[in-house]
Design a protein around this ligand. Sequence first.
Ligand code: ATP
Length: 523
Amino acid sequence: MTANLDAIASLCKRRGFIYHSSEIYGGMPGFWDYGPLGCELKRNVKDAWWQFMVRGRDDVAGLDATIIMHPRIWKASGHLDTFADPMTMCKDCKKLMRADQLESILAEQKKPPKPRNPPGTGMCPYCGGELTEPKPFNLMFKTVVGPVDDPSNVAYLRPETAQAIFAQFLNVHDTSRKQVPFGIAQEGKSFRNEVTPRNFIFRSREFEQMELEFFIRPDEAVEILFGRVVHLSDGPDVHGDPQPEWGWDVWHMYWVEQRKKFLREIGLPEEHFIEYWQKPDELAHYARACVDIEYDFPFGRQELEGIAARSDFDLSQHQKFSGKSMAVFDEQLKLAARKMDDAAKEAFAAKTAAEWEKRGKDAGEARAFCAELFEGRFVPHVIEPSAGVDRLMLALLCQAYDEETLDDGKGGKDVRTVLRFSPKVAPVKVAVFPLVKNDPAVMSIARDIFGKLRRKVNAFWDVSGQIGRRYRRQDEAGTPWCVTVDKQTPEDGTFTVRERDSMAQERMTYEAFLAKMYAALEF
Ligand code: ATP
């Protein structure tokens, strides 16, 4: 079914997934809190990403950097000068909006409603009045470090997690003993003073990102090393294990496929998302390709995450601004270059200079780059899969939400609200119910089973109300299995396992249930 965002938001509030931040004071636009079920879901999404992108591979290392960093990082990255959205204001109701979102804001409002808040607060719906000229507005939150509120002490809350990875590239490279190609991953908070936060947790001012910077050799280094560079046109297997001869375009496609695989594994069917390949005029000047994975949200098809091939732009910028060389030394490359005679080196440099010129780059720089390559040194290029935790949670909630109409057994209809989460991300994996409260043997064994399960996964204990109601409460929380302990359990050790999606019930032993659960949780 197509989920309705209001129904989802209402379930999220009612069941403790998501609340307005500072609700008792009227809330803050663009800030959300995650309640007991929401914070479990969030943790599972982040853990799943970490398992898939870091622990499950031997070519990625992790990082957990600070939110406030040296302000020059944002100068080098371009965020201080260019991280700005054109913003426009309505001259009548004073609503501030992103100029590029005007059309969708109007479509959403359909006909302009009357402002609820007094004009001038900037928080009312757009009344449809005359707009000011769009002006750039920097999205970074400013703060002051130390006791003196002076411009020299200004710092920023990071607007993305990626820059810390570039700033710590040398340290991680040296201490993790990993060689290019390898990646550095980070999960954590990011802050953007979005002009129009909207669509529930889709666009917030405080959110979390999961980003990987995967560093690769420049194609020229691959060519010296292996005598050829494999491109997409050669038809490589981008679903298989990475190969050293791959060029940047193959690595990029490999990561697009990896990201899609991850999304499928945590419960987003492929038919609900599409790849949007940015057109050459939409790409940032340094980017060679960028794919947005877009999901069909109830409010339209929107970006879920992006996978960009960013060349050596980021590390080169930090090299320029910090004065520290970001080049790595590749022994194999130096040995391969040693086998080239002077004529071969000259031919290689001339070919590289001509190719760079075709891409609008300087021939002299190309020759200097080749001279470094022959010594085994280069600044790595990077492929960046960048995802938002909250946006992914919203997609999972929309995908999971279902209202199922059932016969109520009395000739009428009954609506069952169920979140059909993949067990991998479900906030509660299993709920344990003693069928009756007044049987000490049943209670004791049920408590024992619950105690064993909660040491392994997030389990929930519920003794209150009829068993049918207990099942329904877990359906709304998205719990894949409910274990009901009855009089037979103390006798033969079996209990009833009720499946959330099919509502089928099956008797099994504790060991059989564990095996079933673990099989569903494994990546
Ligand atoms: P948009 O065009 O939607 O503003 P973006 O292209 O600026 O997004 P990136 O800078 O590429 O986004 O950030 C990477 C990911 O971080 C996005 O794909 C999204 O999942 C997440 N993200 C970015 N901004 C926000 C936000 N304000 N709220 C929630 N998630 C966000």
